[in-house]
Design a protein around this ligand. Sequence first.
Ligand code: UDP
Length: 378
Amino acid sequence: MKFDCLVVGAGISGSTAARTLAEAGKKVLVMEQLKHIAGHCHDYLSPEGITVHTYGPHIFHTNNRDAWNYLNRFTEFRHFQHRVLSYADGLLIPFPINMDTINMVYGTSITAEEVAGFLEKEVNKSVYKDPPGNFRDAVVSQVGERLYNLFFKNYTIKQWERNPEELSPEVARRIPVRANRDNRYFSDQYQGIPSGGYTKMIEKMLDHENISLMTGADYFRLGDTVSALLDEKNSLTVYTGELDRFFKYKYGELEYRSLDIKFKTVDMEQYQDAAVVNYPNDYDFTRITEFKHMTGEKSDKTVICMEYPMEKGEPYYVVLTETNMEKREKYIKETGILEKSGKFIFTGRLAEYKYYNMDQAVAAGLEKIRKYLNGKEI
Ligand code: UDP
């Protein structure tokens, strides 16, 4: 049998592409290099009956109704509003910065209406460039140096092993500042965790008569064999792996950040008060996640994980520095040409070298594949 499309990667981006193509009648072969589907969204049930996220905490949140509705076809979501505490100055403080954060740090009792004015004074006391051209200045321009130093500076150095002034202000945009008392991590309209887990959701996405799946299969090793399975004239390859690897690093290597995640089963019903506690200034890990908060699963034990940032390993994060963005531009020019040919699509965090959230990966994949199916230029 000849396939119309090859999808490289069975993560959330690849699975969105594969499903959309399959529903349009295309015969799709999905190749995944890992031994399991779902990419970095993978999760599994621990012996204690707790759903554990293999690659660290994944909380789905979006304002994109299309992406939300799309995924709701494959899973129900357990409604969950993510809250994070940050361990700073020996206290567990609600994060991101909101009225309660300020009152705990400064020992004040300002009201929600006074937050914006308070932060403005903090910012006015601080030194930064306007408009901000890096992560540090982006944060300082919103909350001032004291809160930056307490919550952001050391976390960022630990996570990225780089001076925060080398990182793009885009990274700072992930963390809101709230001039009210909303202490949720995300304020998106739709938030939740797939009721049966992410792996089950992806399994369902890939469960289509037009989709064939190979796991533990490296596109770069099996490329020739696989090409022979494609219908030569009209074949499409959707690539979701690392951008630089596709082009044999011709413009040099892009940097990725990895994590060493240490999991622990703890003999207590609850380990901490929130699903995630950040440790900006203490220890070598960035945060501790306690999974049962997300799912509401009951057990007299609990599973936690600690994330230790690493330079090498499974690529989790793109690193938004100027050097990487310049290299990215060169690669993206090449992907643009290939996409115009109608033979290739590059989608997802790794293939587009973008710090996508899950919903953005779904939305971007849907957009490109729909354009392709409608014969429009991508
Ligand atoms: N960040 C920080 N302090 C925190 C949480 C986040 O300085 O307590 C910064 C840090 O640079 C981090 C970035 O904001 O890498 C993005 O945080 P997010 O929680 O979105 O990270 P992810 O969940 O993608 O690892």
